[in-house]
Design a protein around this ligand. Sequence first.
Ligand SMILES: *[C@@H]1O[C@H](CO)[C@@H](O)[C@H](O)[C@H]1NC(C)=O
Ligand SMILES: *[C@@H]1O[C@H](CO)[C@@H](O)[C@H](O)[C@H]1NC(C)=O
Ligand SMILES: *[C@@H]1O[C@H](CO)[C@@H](O)[C@H](O)[C@H]1NC(C)=O
Ligand SMILES: *[C@@H]1O[C@H](CO)[C@@H](O)[C@H](O)[C@H]1NC(C)=O
Ligand SMILES: *[C@@H]1O[C@H](CO)[C@@H](O)[C@H](O)[C@H]1NC(C)=O
Ligand SMILES: *[C@@H]1O[C@H](CO)[C@@H](O)[C@H](O)[C@H]1NC(C)=O
Ligand SMILES: *[C@@H]1O[C@H](CO)[C@@H](O)[C@H](O)[C@H]1NC(C)=O
Ligand SMILES: *[C@@H]1O[C@H](CO)[C@@H](O)[C@H](O)[C@H]1NC(C)=O
Ligand SMILES: *[C@@H]1O[C@H](CO)[C@@H](O)[C@H](O)[C@H]1NC(C)=O
Ligand SMILES: *[C@@H]1O[C@H](CO)[C@@H](O)[C@H](O)[C@H]1NC(C)=O
Ligand SMILES: *[C@@H]1O[C@H](CO)[C@@H](O)[C@H](O)[C@H]1NC(C)=O
Length: 698
Amino acid sequence: MQLKLLLLYLTILLIVIRSETIAAQSLPGCEDKCGNVSIPYPFGTRKGCYLSKTYQVNCTKLQIRNTTFKLLDISLDGYMHGSLPVAYRCYHKKQKPSEPKIHLSRFPIADRMNMLTTVGCDARANMKIIGGEDYIAGCLSMTGCNMLASGSCFGMGCSQVPVPYGLTSFRIHTQRNTNSSLGKGSFNNCTYGFIVQKDHYTFKETDIDNLHNRSFPVVFEWSVGNTSCEEAQKNGSNYVCKENSVCIDASNERNQSFQMGYRCQCAQGYQGNPYVSYGCQDINECLEHQNNYCMHRCSNTNGNYKCACPFGQHGDGRKNGTGCTYTEWSIFSVTAASVVLTLMIYGGFKQRQVMKSREKFFKKNGGLILQKLLFESKGSSQMARIFSAGVLEKATNNFHKTNVVGQGGCGTVYKGTLADKTMVAVKRSKSIDENQIEQFINEVIMLSEISHPNVVKLLGCCLETQTPLLVYEFITNKTVFHHLHEQDFISSLTFERRLNIATQTAEALAHIHSTTQIVHRDVKSSNILLTDDYTAKVSDFGISRFIPIDQTHLQTLVHGTLGYIDPEYFRSGILTEKSDVYSFGMVLVELLTGRKVYSYDGTESELGLAIYFVSSLERGCLIEVLDAKVKEDGVDDHIKKIAKLAEECVEIEGKKRPNMKRVKDELNEISESCLKGSIISKKVKYIDQDQIIFFDSY
Ligand SMILES: *[C@@H]1O[C@H](CO)[C@@H](O)[C@H](O)[C@H]1NC(C)=O
Ligand SMILES: *[C@@H]1O[C@H](CO)[C@@H](O)[C@H](O)[C@H]1NC(C)=O
Ligand SMILES: *[C@@H]1O[C@H](CO)[C@@H](O)[C@H](O)[C@H]1NC(C)=O
Ligand SMILES: *[C@@H]1O[C@H](CO)[C@@H](O)[C@H](O)[C@H]1NC(C)=O
Ligand SMILES: *[C@@H]1O[C@H](CO)[C@@H](O)[C@H](O)[C@H]1NC(C)=O
Ligand SMILES: *[C@@H]1O[C@H](CO)[C@@H](O)[C@H](O)[C@H]1NC(C)=O
Ligand SMILES: *[C@@H]1O[C@H](CO)[C@@H](O)[C@H](O)[C@H]1NC(C)=O
Ligand SMILES: *[C@@H]1O[C@H](CO)[C@@H](O)[C@H](O)[C@H]1NC(C)=O
Ligand SMILES: *[C@@H]1O[C@H](CO)[C@@H](O)[C@H](O)[C@H]1NC(C)=O
Ligand SMILES: *[C@@H]1O[C@H](CO)[C@@H](O)[C@H](O)[C@H]1NC(C)=O
Ligand SMILES: *[C@@H]1O[C@H](CO)[C@@H](O)[C@H](O)[C@H]1NC(C)=O
């Protein structure tokens, strides 16, 4: 009990100390307040307390040096509140009009947050820059004094217009709008003009002739320096943003050349005053938000926070992140002797719990349906296997980091070795659409029955974990994507190998389309695996459909880097075999050009590489876009044929694309003629290009 009290005391003490450090908004030894108005640095009241005289605040007048507004509040986001007097002119007695000159030094009126306002039955107000000639803004109220409308400000006794930007030195001029010839009923005695913060003035009939001594709240902008962030940072010595802060240009969005200097802001995860040394203090998210960010335990870090999951669960632990999910059982049993000891004591109890949760997932993931279906199809030799979680944990060394062989938008792939030394690839998806479990199972069975030399074999699945695990045969030599785009592979794909890959992929797709009517949906170079002898194996048939597209994936779509996705499908949502044909066409293009299908360099249009390729082809500049390797050892005629085929595949209209069978046949034809004729045509080509020149110059 006493310990608890002590802890509580310490916590309170900590909070108190913290809030004190945050409250220090001014330089050491400087007043940080004038009455109840806080004065954060760069503002200050005395020499040595402000950045420059421009930011000197006179506490007795509550005014910043060389300005005429009364200060109400300074906030660190670059705005401050003050008040300005009303300008007026009266006609019923010989009284001098009041049109105070307003000087704001370098703190212009925040244009979007204030309104120029006039009050009177027949009144207008204009702004005039001091030293200038022209009126720069004006508003007009014209109505009979018997038609005033309290509560509105649209010309019935009151009228408002927005304020221009960058105003620092001006006066407001107000007067009647017309001459008295219109009759007495149209006039009241005085007209008023003033600036007021948006939505902070409500017109009342009784305000007519009664605003003489009022002043109204106005929002001003402030900033430091008179260059952009970049320039200020370059110059260094004058740059005032301190540790853990970022710089923000204050130049007006509507007129970039109107340079207003810059502002400082604490970096994310920090708060305080970015203009004083160590003013930006780490936010203790755990204390401040009472652990609202974490599922379980929260620990603060510099500029951020970390969440921990309870024993036996994993994930980032964040409520807005992946949270905590159950890890497979044996992960807990490995670490240390003490853990083993604990397990020995609680083991029996835990074991029962784990068994229960596995059973639950098994049922949720459709295990029962699968068992039933498997039982029904017992005769078939190529049967999907149901793997138990334990077997896969053992095979992958508890899904150890070092066993990860791939990671994508939809999940992680682990390398594993089963007890009988078979190498497998275990794919753990992020999540799966529960409503489609039955169909998922159906396709798992159908796909596991497919045996094609160019399709990665699906061996089975495990349904005892939160998201189903898919088990595939292990393919040794990475993906076509790796071989095309990663530095250490780049020279390995000769033209002949590329042609083989294309042909084999086409065969796999044609086979699946004709035997199952399953559409792959995600044909791309990183889904085509390679064996040691460069045989292509297509992976992940149809499965992608059950896995909800995650955020980042979606974003790339929305941003228009369509890449491999059939634009027709993307627009209509209707999926056909022809969508795979489009994606395959893009793989062909990729093989020919060696370029990535999505490119972020911004030079290509929405359809990216597809358009670029097709237009090069049409302009007869194919040679310019070809990969060096293809140019080097490909044969013109064959390259042209493949390019033509690729063009047909990426037709915008699905109808006009060939089907996979035709694509396969054409590629086979090219492959065959390639084998027969390559040597001869190669010679011809060399003579074409280099040799003749060579001889000439001799
Ligand atoms: C400051 O004090 C004045 C007068 O006591 C009061 O009118 C005003 O609302 C106070 N301002 C703040 C921000 O508390
Ligand atoms: C502040 O304003 C008062 C009143 O105008 C004046 O007497 C005083 O000298 C000013 N103080 C400073 C530091 O400028
Ligand atoms: C500010 O006021 C001082 C004294 O009133 C004056 O000398 C100086 O020129 C003014 N500065 C600006 C920028 O108006
Ligand atoms: C307006 O002026 C007239 C004539 O001078 C006077 O009788 C009347 O009281 C004035 N009204 C107000 C609201 O001051
Ligand atoms: C009002 O009348 C005076 C004198 O008749 C004239 O000079 C002035 O231009 C008129 N003002 C307006 C706004 O009509
Ligand atoms: C308004 O100003 C007048 C002088 O213009 C003054 O006589 C009167 O006392 C002031 N009223 C208030 C409420 O401050
Ligand atoms: C603007 O920049 C110049 C040169 O760096 C400097 O002397 C001057 O004080 C700056 N003005 C303001 C208002 O910061
Ligand atoms: C750096 O600041 C000095 C004065 O403080 C100024 O003369 C110079 O032009 C500045 N240089 C750049 C690159 O802004
Ligand atoms: C932008 O601001 C500059 C500097 O104040 C001024 O010279 C220029 O006329 C402004 N441009 C526009 C379009 O308002
Ligand atoms: C989760 O919340 C933190 C803190 O509010 C924020 O920094 C982070 O961007 C959020 N992440 C997501 C994925 O929303
Ligand atoms: C791919 O296969 C080639 C030829 O067998 C071999 O030299 C290379 O090391 C393999 N690469 C990988 C990543 O397995």
